[in-house]
Ligand binder design. Structure first.
Ligand code: AMP
Length: 505
């Protein structure tokens, strides 16, 4: 299979856009998916953000929509032909930006709608008419209800990051949206995993799909230096200062497990003279985008974030990642540290371990299949070290006596409750009484595509793309450990199995 775009026979406006993007060769998902999508077949793709997936579906989709291209100013001449659904605002925004770039030399129009923003400007765009609509499910339903979006001429629907949409609890919304679409259409489903729920979704809505899988990126890149330092909660900030100073690190991500902890830590670090921004689910979309931009521009040194809020953000190749809190979920550890050490660049991942983290550290050890050595931070002479060693001893005792399971103790449920579950949920969803009946717990999404994104340094980088570092290992096909199927979900799928025309009524 050739990897050159020139052999695809893309229409000139699309080929020009690709050339302007500087893409030289296709990524593995593009090599596999583009020819299939060009034939109009349904696709079930196992690929994560960062693999070049957006171009893999949008280039062939735009190519097939070119027959509808026209320069009429009449909205009626620009009905929605392609619908791309994503779980979060950030992802929707990123994908829409990419599609706009690929389509920029065509007359095809595209726009994006997502929650947390005023509906009016979105309505104006929709009313003008767009061929490609990128949306998060909740906000799209708002626009459908307000009669701003009509979907009866949709030819293509893309369910992107489908596993995360199900994890968040979007299944009923997806079912409703799909019921508004013509039955005769091409459906493309992309998901990091093919869990039983995803397979059920696919069997309900896809027709004879071609399955495409690309290798998962390395679990933990060998270019990441992983250090585990013992530090009591009171000493953790001091440890961060020390590591930043010793290693001459200017920018870092700091991961915490709760929204509350996130805001508090950001405030403390800011007071201590570090330019810091917090990124958590309670931040407005505008605030999040501003924080992100400031970090990208180097105006912010530290971005303190929760796993959920960080998800889907286009920030790559951070010099260092700190785990201020050891993640509750070992897989989150892999995703967090995947932000650093990308594409051959060396990165540092520092995890601050307190005495009660033994079980969590043991889980990480098991997952990364490496013995974790807990170290003490070498503080400058004016920094006392006594309490640090206490934490280290407590961890060793709990871990080495095999009693680690109890080490988390009674504090765990409270910490779980504090955890930032909201993430990309739209305000509409959080008010929605149907939430209580949603079968999935909107939490602990394990394989976070955000962390799979290749690094894009602010300065020009000649590093190889991330997918070149991908291992040959096949994508996991096992059930996502974080998706807890419930009877209600099964019932929803049963409903989905009905013909769509019935579901519409
Ligand atoms: P995605 O997985 O679609 O979010 O893409 C991740 C990043 O890879 C985006 O910044 C794309 O612009 C970039 N990208 C996509 N395809 C290619 C390619 N063939 N060559 C180089 N970069 C690419």
């Amino acid at each position: 299979m050739t990897s050159s775009f020139s052999n695809l026979s893309l229409a000139e406006p699309l080929a020009r856009a690709v050339a302007e993007m500087g893409y030289e060769s296709m990524t593995p998902i593009q090599q596999q998916a583009i020819p299939v999508v060009l034939t109009g077949q349904d696709v079930m793709g196992a690929a994560q953000t960062g693999t070049g997936k957006t171009a893999a579906f949008s280039l062939p989709l735009l190519q097939r929509l070119l027959k509808h291209e026209n320069s009429s100013t009449s909205p009626a001449r620009h009905p929605v032909r392609a619908l791309v659904l994503l779980p979060t605002r950030e992802l929707a925004d990123q994908v829409a930006q990419q599609i706009a770039l690929y389509a920029k030399h065509t007359k095809l129009r595209s726009t994006v709608v997502f929650g947390g923003m005023d509906m009016k400007p979105q309505t104006i765009e929709l009313k003008k008419g767009v061929e490609v609509l990128v949306a998060t499910p909740g906000r799209l339903l708002d626009h459908i209800e307000a009669k701003n979006a009509v979907l009866n001429q949709v030819e293509y629907v893309v369910l992107d990051e489908a596993d995360r949409m199900l994890d968040i609890g979007f299944l009923p919304d997806l079912q409703r949206i799909l019921s508004y679409l013509p039955k005769q259409r091409t459906t493309l489903l992309f998901s990091a995993t093919f869990s039983p729920e995803i397979k059920r979704l696919a069997s309900s809505y896809l027709q004879n799909p071609i399955t495409i899988e690309v290798a998962r990126p390395n679990e933990t890149a060998s270019t990441v230096e992983q250090r585990f330092y013992s530090a009591n909660d009171d000493d953790k900030r001091r440890a961060i200062h020390q590591v930043l100073k010793t290693r001459g690190i200017k920018q870092a991500f700091i991961f915490v497990n709760s929204k509350l902890g996130c805001a508090r830590l950001a405030r403390s670090l800011e007071r201590e003279g570090l330019k810091t921004a917090a990124l958590h689910g309670d931040k407005s979309q505008d605030e999040r985008l501003k924080a992100l931009e400031a970090f990208k521009k180097g105006e912010v040194d530290l971005l303190v974030c929760t796993d959920v809020a960080a998800r889907g953000l286009d920030i790559k190749d951070v010099p260092a990642v700190f785990n201020f809190d050891v993640p509750f979920n070992a897989e989150d550890y892999v995703h967090r540290i995947g932000r650093t050490g990308r594409a051959g660049a060396s990165g540092l991942a520092v995890t601050l371990v307190s005495g009660s983290d033994a079980r969590l550290v043991a889980d990480i050890e098991k997952l990364i299949k490496k013995k974790i050595e807990l170290e003490a931070v070498e503080y400058d002479e004016d920094q006392p070290r006594g309490r640090i060693n206490d934490g280290r001893r407590a961890w060793r005792e709990a871990g080495e006596t095999g009693d680690g399971r109890d080490a988390l103790g009674a504090s765990a449920p409270r910490r779980e409750r504090d955890r930032d579950y909201r993430g990309g949920r739209e305000s509409r969803e959080s008010r929605d009484p149907r939430d209580q009946h949603r079968g999935f717990r909107p939490a602990a999404i394990s394989r976070d595509p955000f962390f799979e994104k290749p690094y894009e340094a602010s300065a020009a980088s000649d590093a190889a793309p991330a997918w070149e570092a991908a291992t040959k290992s096949a994508p996991r096909s096992s059930i996502s450990a974080n998706i807890k199927p419930k009877r209600k979900v099964a019932a929803l799928f049963k409903a989905a199995a009905q013909p769509e025309s019935t579901a519409q009524s």
